[in-house]
Design a protein around this ligand. Structure first.
Ligand code: GLA
Length: 401
């Protein structure tokens, strides 16, 4: 086993152990994590035996849903470099999210040393194809650079000020750079705990932001710095652009809403909630997702579906991590997934008035973070196009809806 795989394995094992120590709501989805940028091991197990689907003639996904919401896709440089992937992107999607390139640690691996190459290339591709982008993300406990926390001590007033200064400098730098093409930002990503008994993700769940502040204050400050940066750039231009983004929102909404309401009460705007939607074939139910969306709407927030994919596997039976064995992606599984996608898009359409965008977390099954998490090297088939970039039954199903 090479060092990278060993590292990944150790990280996943410790995550699994941690997760098993936490009381989790029955049968939850895995916590979304962030190894999509890690070089992928050779795929093994769980090949596709499903034939490609034939799409209805002359219909594209973006046109099919044009009257309801824009449909986006998460991309990196590797997608832009591949002609057949580019073709799918420009044919079927009308917005983009950078899968990794706009994360803090990718943009600013060294203090003051910005690496704009990939993010700029994606933004330029969006401009060239008249697409808008989702900015992902200003504050997240993962893929944050080490220097951001260097020299800082938990709950130390001076350290808190330093972290605020560093955060503000970053937000002031990135917002104006992409203000012409990014129409909304995930201001804060994943601040709520996986443990349903506690509100916020703390240092024990990996948040150095929470650790230094000693509480969830960083959510307020990010939510203030973002509109301030827009205000400086072009007064009034922040309106409608600022989202809180998280996974398993169906399990977290009763903790997300008080957090956002408190931020707003202090004068910082929050316009909407991103439901990541890293979900499974069999969980959560459409009824549960419907209730969650209605809850967001009733609380006065817009919704975006920000990172949709549909995993084949349940690695948390009864709430505890237990890796499911790889299965082949059979024609039957392809049809079950197609039905799931159709049900989901019908639900999004039902709430279309409040849904500002729906974004798939990847173009094709050739490249998906779910091939490596939470089980490295196990093929998953969560997206609309297959390993060979051919349309799947799921793509057909949402076009026939
Ligand atoms: C989280 C993040 C995404 C991505 C996914 C999967 O949900 O928001 O950027 O990293 O995990 O890796």
């Amino acid at each position: 086993m090479n060092a990278r795989l060993l590292w990944l394995g150790t990280a996943l094992l410790s995550n699994a152990l941690l997760m098993s120590c936490i009381k989790r709501t029955q049968d939850t989805a895995p916590p979304a994590a962030a190894a999509a940028h890690v070089q992928q091991p050779v795929k093994a197990g769980g090949v596709s035996t499903a034939p490609p689907a034939t799409l209805p003639e002359g219909v594209t996904i973006k046109d099919k849903y044009r009257d309801f919401f824009p449909v986006g896709v998460a991309v990196g440089q590797k997608h832009l470099d591949d002609a057949s992937v580019r073709e799918i992107i420009t044919t079927h999607f009308n917005r983009l999210t950078a899968e990794n390139a706009m994360k803090f640690g990718e943009l600013a691996p060294r203090e003051g040393g910005y690496n704009w190459k990939e993010a700029d290339a994606i933004a330029q591709f969006a401009r060239d194809h008249q697409m808008a982008m989702t900015g992902h993300t200003l504050v997240w406990h993962r893929q944050a650079p080490g220097w951001l926390f260097t020299g800082l001590e938990p709950k130390n007033p001076q350290s808190i000020e330093t972290l605020k200064t560093r955060l503000k400098a970053h937000i002031d730098t990135i917002i104006p750079r992409y203000a012409d093409v990014v129409d909304n930002w995930d201001v804060v990503n994943v601040a709520i705990s996986d443990d349903s008994r506690q509100a916020y993700r703390d240092e024990s769940e990996g948040s150095r932001f929470f650790g230094i502040f000693g509480n969830e204050e960083y959510v307020y400050w990010a939510s203030k710095f973002a509109p301030d940066a827009y205000e400086k750039h072009a007064p009034g231009s922040a309106a409608g652009k600022l989202y809180y983004n998280d996974y398993n929102v169906n399990l977290k909404l009763d903790r997300i809403l008080p957090l956002l309401d408190a931020v707003k009460k202090r004068g910082a705007p929050v316009d909407g909630i991103g439901m990541q939607m890293h979900i499974r074939l069999d969980w959560p139910s459409i009824e549960e997702l419907d209730r969650t969306m209605q809850g967001i709407i009733d609380a006065g927030y817009k919704i975006k579906v920000s990172e949709l994919d549909v995993s084949l596997y349940n690695d948390y039976p009864g709430g505890k991590f237990k890796a499911a064995p790889a299965v082949d992606f059979t024609p039957e599984l392809a049809e079950a997934q197609a039905k799931r996608y159709a049900d989901l898009f019908a639900l999004f359409r039902k709430h279309a008035e409040h849904v500002t965008s729906v974004t798939l977390w990847g173009v094709s099954d050739e490249s998906t973070w779910l091939d490596n998490e939470p089980v490295p090297g196990r093929n998953n088939h969560p997206l609309l196009f297959d390993d060979q970039h051919r349309p799947k039954a799921a793509a057909r199903a949402i076009l026939e809806l």
